[in-house]
Each structure stands twice: as structure tokens, then as C-alpha cells.
Design a binder for this molecule. Structure first.
Ligand code: ZN
Length: 376
């Protein structure tokens, strides 16, 4: 058996592959950081072999509740990512699979490569509605891509959507495809209505360096970008610094920051309810958005989620709270599961790229419900 992770977003350390029934592996730590949970590797020479891949440091990973009731994803063709059993004993995560092909990829969630991101940016910028700009460069020298959808105009609400601050949360990239496919569809009446009223700024991947490096949570400097919004710097968090500067130039009336959650098997939103300047207007807009998203996507719900921060105790180093406080905007963090939607499970795929895309498409319906009221 050969195991490799020397490719885009690969992450695994090999301890011993001599026994297929007890392949000894470990997840590599994020760059300049102690976070780890994302894995992505290929095994070759495994056809019809009952394999057990033992991730021996799983018990020290960043979110061990994420391993409870978790199933890994696997793919032969890197298109269809199906679930395979994974058992967690409090220390080791064991993935069991008898592959039907010579080579199989395994990952924490369906990967989303830098090449796919480049293809998407190239495709979307051919839409007459979409302009492509670069906010600046990351520490690894990658472009931080910005798409501007619709025409900026005086008095028009400015809506920002960002994803992949946490690079292992590839759900966000799949979500972006559903959202941007719809925005670029000239026959879509909801897209047309939204763009008549508003302009959108979309950073589909806030963390290209961490994505390529196979990190769970940080960029090349080891910075957790969603804790950098109070004081970003060009030295350690240029991705946030550059985005925040652009937000200050455009203003922000709406901000959605798209993530994945390791532990909870639900689709939910964490609002900015703990910010010091929380207004009735922000609360009312959030309610309207929630109701519209539930109508557009029965995958979304508001029963399960994070406990909301007490009044005035919101963490202003996070994007959603920083933007809500600084701009008075409707600003939210959307979370999708690594596992499945426990209210509507899919035994073969769990929560999947297709379901992320559908939720991204539904995000446009929810935006339409609030867009006319985003400004006083
Ligand atoms: Zn996240």
C-alpha cells in the first residue's frame, strides 16, 4: 500500500503502512499552530483489501466532539464523495473500508482545490454582471480574489459574503458555487431583483494559503483569521486586513461569513447578538432573514446552534461581530456540518457538496427578503 498527501490540501503523516488492517497514521498540525483536524490523503494498492486506517492522534485534535458519530468521506473519482464508517474510541479514529478500486482518496469533508477555485473565478468573471478584482496578496503570494456582483450605486445596500476563513471548512466553497451560480444566472428572477437593489462583494476563499497547505483553521503565519478582525496586520493576517480595508471603503449593510462546524449535525446561524451596539433593527432583520432561509431551505433551522453571547459580551475579534458593531450591519456566521443534517440525514453522502450548493442558492432567497430594508 502507498499513502500520499503531497498534493493540494493534503494532510497526513505516515507512521506505518505495513499492515492494511492497522494502518498507522497521524494528522499533521496546522502551519505554525497547534490546531489540527483536517485530513486528506490517497491510498493506492488497496483494491478488495479490508483496510483500517488508524489516525492515532485524533484524541488530541482541535474538536474531539467532531469525531463522535462522524463518518469520513471517500472517493475513487474525486467527484462522488461517499461516507465510510469511522469509529472513535476517545483516542484513535479508525476508518474502515474495503475499496473497490486500486486508489481511493479519504478526507475530513469533500475537498475543494485551489484549481477548482481558479476555474470558478474564471467562469464567474465571464458573466456581464460580475467584475473580478484582487484585494492583495497572501503571505504565500496568492491573490486574494474579490468578485463584485452588480453595479455599485449611491444609496444601494452593500452586501458582503465571505468564506473559508477556516480553510478546512470546504463546505463554504461548495456553498459559494450555489450562491454565485444563481447570481450569474440571467434567467433567475431572484438574482435580478437582488441586483436591482444591491451590490454584492464576494470573497469566496479568504484563506487560499491555509487551503492549499491542508490546514484546518489558520493561514501561513498560523493566524486564525476569524479572531483577527479587531486588529489585523499585513504581517500576520493580510487576508483580513485587506478585506476590512475594502469594507471600510465600500461600507457594509449585510455580511454573511460562511463556515463549517465540527461537532453539531445541524445547519445554523450564529448572529451578532452580543455586540455592545446591538439595535432593534439588527434583531428584526435577523428574524426576517431566518424565516426566509427556513422557507427557502428546510435544511436550515434555528433550534440548534451555539448559545448566544450575553449582551455586550460578543467577541469583536470575529468577523460577524466586528462588522455588526462597526457598520451597524446585519452580520451573521453561517455554519454547516461536517457530519450530516440530523433532521434530514443522507446515509450515503451525509452533508455533501450538493447540499452545500443548494443552501448557497437558498441564501439568495433569504437575502431578497431583507435587501430592501438593509438601510434605514
Ligand atoms: Zn469556522
Amino acid at each position: 500500500m502507498h499513502i500520499s498527501a503531497a498534493f493540494d490540501s493534503g494532510n497526513i503523516e505516515i507512521i506505518d503502512t505495513s499492515d492494511p488492517s492497522a494502518v498507522r497514521l497521524a494528522i499533521r498540525k496546522d502551519t505554525n499552530s497547534d490546531f489540527f483536524q483536517w485530513f486528506h490523503f490517497r491510498a493506492v494498492g488497496v483494491r478488495a483489501t479490508p483496510c483500517a486506517f488508524r489516525i492515532e492522534n485524533a484524541g488530541a485534535a482541535s474538536f474531539t466532539r467532531g469525531w463522535e458519530d462522524y463518518r469520513a468521506v471517500a472517493s475513487y473519482d474525486r467527484i462522488d464523495w461517499f461516507r465510510v464508517p469511522a469509529q472513535y474510541d476517545g483516542e484513535v479514529l479508525t476508518i474502515r473500508h474495503t475499496p473497490e478500486r486500486d486508489a481511493v482518496y479519504y478526507a475530513y469533508f469533500a475537498p475543494y482545490s485551489g484549481e477548482r477555485h481558479a476555474d470558478a473565478m474564471a467562469r464567474y468573471q465571464t458573466s456581464p454582471r460580475i467584475a473580478h478584482a484582487v484585494l492583495g496578496q497572501t503571505l504565500d503570494g496568492a491573490d486574494l480574489d474579490l468578485l463584485i456582483v452588480g453595479e455599485p450605486g449611491t444609496g444601494k445596500p452593500v452586501c458582503w459574503t465571505i468564506g473559508r476563513q477556516h480553510p478546512g471548512e470546504t463546505q463554504a466553497s461548495w456553498w459559494m458555487e450555489g450562491f454565485l451560480d444563481r447570481l450569474s444566472d440571467e434567467a433567475d428572477p431572484v438574482a435580478r431583483a437582488v441586483l436591482d437593489m444591491a451590490v454584492l462583494y464576494v470573497v469566496a476563499n479568504m484563506n487560499p494559503d491555509g487551503s492549499r497547505r491542508g490546514n484546518l483553521r489558520v493561514n501561513a503565519a498560523g493566524a486564525n483569521l476569524n479572531r483577527e478582525w479587531a486588529e489585523p496586520s499585513m504581517e500576520t493576517s493580510p487576508e483580513v486586513y485587506l478585506t476590512r480595508e475594502c469594507m471600510r471603503a465600500t461600507g457594509v449593510d449585510f455580511c454573511l461569513d460562511v463556515h463549517g462546524d465540527e461537532a453539531l449535525p445541524y445547519i445554523f446561524i450564529a448572529g451578532a447578538g452580543g455586540i455592545p451596539s446591538l439595535s432593534d433593527r439588527q434583531v428584526a432583520l435577523k428574524k426576517t432573514y431566518d424565516a426566509a432561509l427556513m422557507r427557502a431551505s428546510p435544511d436550515y433551522q434555528t433550534e440548534k446552534g451555539y448559545p448566544s453571547a450575553p449582551p455586550g459580551k460578543g467577541n469583536l475579534t470575529m468577523c460577524s461581530s466586528h462588522v455588526a458593531e462597526h457598520f451597524g450591519a446585519l452580520s451573521m456566521t453561517l455554519e454547516m456540518p461536517f457530519k450530516d443534517n440530523a433532521n434530514a440525514s443522507d446515509p450515503r453522502h451525509g452533508w455533501s457538496p450538493d447540499r452545500c450548493r443548494r443552501l448557497g442558492a437558498a441564501g439568495l432567497d433569504a437575502l431578497l427578503a431583507v435587501v430592501a430594508d438593509l438601510r434605514d
